[in-house]
Ligand binder design. Structure first.
Ligand SMILES: NC(=O)C[C@H](N)C(=O)O
Length: 320
C-alpha cells in the first residue's frame, strides 16, 4: 500500500464563505471532514503545516515545505500532495521543483471556490491530486500541479484567470496529462530537469516590467542594495533604449540581471541588434531565462544565489 503525505498550507481550498459573502480561513480545515473516495489502496498521513492565504506565502514558507518533504523521503513516503492557495501556488510548486527534484512525486493542488460555495472544486481537485500522486507514472516527472482534471508541470504552469476554475494553464506547451474519470493519463514529459540544494533563501530580487516609452526607471535599483533583478522584457527579449544606461550600471556593479518576456507564450531569444535589442543585452551579460515567467525566474535566481552559484555556473543554471 502506498503511503502519501498530505501537507495542507491554506488558501481557498481550506476556506469557507460566511453569510456576508466574505471568504476566509476557518479554524478547522474543511478538507479534514470530507471523505475522499478511491483512496482505499493508499494510506494518507495529513499535516496542517501552515494555514495561510497564499499571498502570505514567502520563500521561507517554501523552504519549510521543502524541508518537510525531504524528511518524508527518509520516512519512506511514496509521494506528497500539497494543498495551497492558488495565487502563489505556481511559485511554491516551482520552488519545490528546482530544490527537491525527483525524489518522489510532489503534487500541488488548490481551489477557486471555497468549501461551502456552490460548485466547490476543492475536494474534487484534492482527490485528483491524490490519484496522480498514487500513479507510478508520476514518478520522475518533476513537481506537478493538478487542477480541474489537468496535470501541469510546475515549471510552466501559471494562473491565468482571476476566478474561473479552469485558471491553471500551460502556455506554449499545454498540460502533460489529464484525469479522465478514474484514470490518470500522461501524454508528455519535460526533457530536462535542473535542481539545486538550498538551506536558505535570503536576498532582495525585484521584478520590473518593461513598457513602451519606459524611461530610466531602473536607475532606482542602481541606488538601492539589491542582489539581482528580473526584467519582464518586450517580445523575444528587448528593452526600450532609455533603460540601457542603468542596465550597464547594474552589470558594472555585478548585479545579476535575468530577462524573461512579458509575452504569455513562447521563449526568449536574443535576435535584435538595435539599441536595447536582445542580442545586445545578451552580449553584455544579461541572462535570458527560457520559457518561464518572471515570478518563477525570480525564484530561480534566488535559489541559484543562495546555492552560491557565480559567473559561468550561474549563467548556465539560469539560461538552461
Ligand atoms: N483560490 C485561491 O486559493 C485564492 C486565494 N486568494 C489564495 O491564494 O489563498
Amino acid at each position: 500500500m502506498k503511503k502519501i503525505l498530505i501537507l495542507h498550507t491554506g488558501g481557498t481550498i481550506a476556506m469557507s464563505q460566511d453569510e456576508s459573502g466574505g471568504v476566509s480561513t476557518t479554524s478547522t480545515n474543511p478538507l479534514m471532514n470530507l471523505h475522499v473516495s478511491a483512496t482505499d489502496e493508499v494510506e494518507l498521513i495529513v499535516e496542517d503545516i501552515l494555514n495561510v492565504p497564499s499571498p502570505h506565502i514567502t520563500p521561507q514558507h517554501m523552504l519549510l515545505i521543502k524541508n518537510r518533504i525531504e524528511k518524508a523521503v527518509k520516512e519512506q513516503f511514496n509521494a506528497v500532495v500539497v494543498t495551497h492557495g492558488t495565487d502563489t501556488l505556481e511559485e511554491t510548486a516551482y520552488f519545490l521543483d528546482i530544490t527537491v527534484g525527483d525524489l518522489l512525486p510532489i503534487v500541488l493542488t488548490g481551489a477557486m471556490r471555497s468549501s461551502n460555495e456552490i460548485g466547490a472544486d476543492g475536494l474534487y481537485n484534492f482527490q485528483s491530486a491524490i490519484k496522480v500522486a498514487m500513479s507510478d507514472e508520476a514518478i520522475g516527472k518533476g513537481t506537478l500541479v493538478v487542477m480541474n482534471d489537468e496535470i501541469h508541470t510546475a515549471r510552466f504552469v501559471t494562473k491565468t484567470h482571476t476566478t474561473n476554475v479552469a485558471t491553471f494553464r500551460t502556455p506554449t506547451f499545454g498540460p502533460i496529462g489529464l484525469i479522465a474519470k478514474d484514470s490518470v493519463r500522461f501524454y508528455q514529459e519535460l526533457i530536462r530537469h535542473e535542481t539545486l540544494p538550498v538551506n536558505q533563501v535570503d536576498g532582495l530580487i525585484p521584478i520590473i516590467k518593461a513598457y513602451a516609452g519606459m524611461g530610466d526607471t531602473l536607475t532606482l535599483f542602481t541606488q538601492t542594495k539589491i542582489d539581482g533583478i528580473v526584467i519582464e522584457a518586450l517580445g523575444a527579449g528587448n528593452l526600450p533604449p532609455k533603460t540601457m544606461p542603468s542596465i550597464n550600471k547594474l552589470l558594472e556593479n555585478n548585479i545579476p540581471i535575468v530577462l524573461v518576456s512579458r509575452c504569455f507564450n513562447g521563449v526568449t531569444s536574443g535576435v535584435y541588434d538595435y539599441e536595447g535589442g536582445g542580442r545586445q543585452l545578451q552580449r553584455k551579460g544579461v541572462m535570458f531565462c527560457d520559457g518561464i515567467n518572471s515570478q518563477k525566474a525570480r525564484l530561480k535566481l534566488l535559489v541559484a544565489l543562495n546555492a552560491s552559484l557565480k559567473d559561468d555556473e550561474l549563467y548556465q543554471f539560469i539560461t538552461q
